[in-house]
Design a binder for this molecule. Structure first.
Ligand code: HEC
Ligand SMILES: [Cu+2]
Length: 359
């Protein structure tokens, strides 16, 4: 039953330990846990207070005004202004407090800090697949370091799933066809349950896993343990060649497609005149449905890769595009090179952090 039983187990015992000792209240192991609990306890306290008050008054008045003789008749009266104002105004202010408090916790949960450790998640019936930027892949187990904000970038291969880590007090839907986000900052090393919290088919209840929070040094050791295929971005770089993306997207603006170097995070103007900030979702859509948002100054000649790439390969391509740093530009923003302005000769080593084969 004890907390130590659940947190100090060695790796091989973990499976058996999963189901021993169900505690009344989950561990608190993230920076969000205290805030969520405080709000939760406030809600419980308000509910208990009013339940007791109302039930008490009902009993009290039922006794006080009980019928004392068979022929007694109740007095008729019409309202009491002071009473009605009180039971309108007091709940009004209490619900406003709940709203403002709830909104502030919600905002804190939905806005990750700027510097996060990003991990990609793919849900599928009935398992969780995790991809670390360094290339490690895990199934139903997620290793993270303690004390660092972690952001999960999540999608599903089939139906809607939902990541839920009770000890962190965080939960978010994982939806096919789009990326959703979830962030947390673990505060305590240990092993914590991970659940799917959206009914997703026959074996939904078995779609569980563990988040393993480690000391930073242990985490480094674990990270260096194995990534035979290299980083996610380098896997994406290989795919970029295998799928011949590089025939159209070249770093020197001589290709038929836009330069992707430095694209991520920039604002792109579309043919429709709209502008859009390049994020994971935009890159994903550009690959699966290129004609949905055509970049200004280009023809919609890019073929769709729908059905040719898996969700995991898409993540590799997204991560590769993310890793493409801007080429040194003498003047103006990156976008100028896309509308035909002369751009500098590419440097072979300029694709920072990514091993590229020479063409
Ligand atoms: C036949 C040439 C061609 C191929 C092959 C091609 N693209 Fe494109 N790509 C384009 C063109 C042209 C555009 C701009 C028009 C548009 O948005 O559809 C574009 C747009 C994009 C954009 C949006 C860029 C921006 O500035 O808005 C991304 C990201 C992208 N492609 C990635 C890829 C990836 C990844 C692959 C390989 C899986 C690929 N492309 C293969 C021609 C190509
Ligand atoms: Cu599920």
């Amino acid at each position: 039953m004890s907390r130590s039983l659940r947190t100090d187990v060695s790796k091989d015992e973990a499976g058996a330990d999963m189901w021993t000792g169900i505690p009344l209240f989950p561990d608190s192991a993230s920076t969000m846990a205290g805030r969520v609990d405080a709000l939760y306890f406030f809600l419980v306290a308000v509910s208990v207070f009013f339940s007791v008050l109302i039930a008490g008054l009902i009993v009290f008045y039922a006794v006080k005004y009980r019928r004392r003789s068979p022929d007694s008749v109740g007095a008729s009266f019409h309202g009491g202004m002071a009473l009605e104002l009180t039971w309108t105004v007091v709940p009004f202010f209490i619900t406003i407090v709940i709203f403002v408090w709830g909104a502030s916790v919600f905002f804190a949960m939905s806005r990750p800090p700027d510097e996060t450790l990003n991990i990609y998640v793919v849900g599928k019936q009935w398992m969780w697949k995790f991809q670390h930027l360094d290339g490690q892949r895990e199934i139903n187990e997620l290793h993270v370091p303690v004390g660092r904000p972690v952001k999960l970038i999540m999608t599903s291969e089939d139906v809607i799933h939902d990541v839920f880590v009770p000890a962190f007090r965080v939960k978010a839907d994982v939806v096919p066809g789009r990326y959703t986000h979830l962030w947390f900052q673990p505060t305590k090393p240990g092993r914590y349950h991970l659940f799917c919290a959206e009914y997703c088919g026959t074996r939904h209840s078995g779609m569980t896993g563990e988040v393993i929070v480690m000391d930073p040094s242990e985490y480094q050791t674990w990270l260096s343990g194995g990534a035979p295929e290299g980083s996610l971005a380098s896997a994406g770089a290989r795919l970029f060649q295998d799928l011949a993306c590089n025939t159209c997207h070249r770093p020197d603006a001589q290709g038929r497609g836009p330069v992707l170097e430095g694209l991520f995070g920039k604002t792109v103007t579309l043919q429709s005149g709209e502008t859009i900030t390049v994020d994971e979702a935009y890159v994903r859509e550009s690959i699966l449905n290129p004609s949905a948002k055509v970049t200004a100054g280009f023809q919609p000649i890019m073929p769709t890769f729908q059905g040719l790439v898996t969700e995991e390969q898409l993540l590799e391509l997204v991560e590769y595009v993310k890793s493409l740093k801007s080429l040194p530009q003498p003047q103006g923003p990156q976008r100028s090179s896309r509308v035909g302005v002369e751009s500098p000769v590419p440097q072979p080593g300029s694709r920072a952090g990514v091993e590229m084969q020479t063409r």
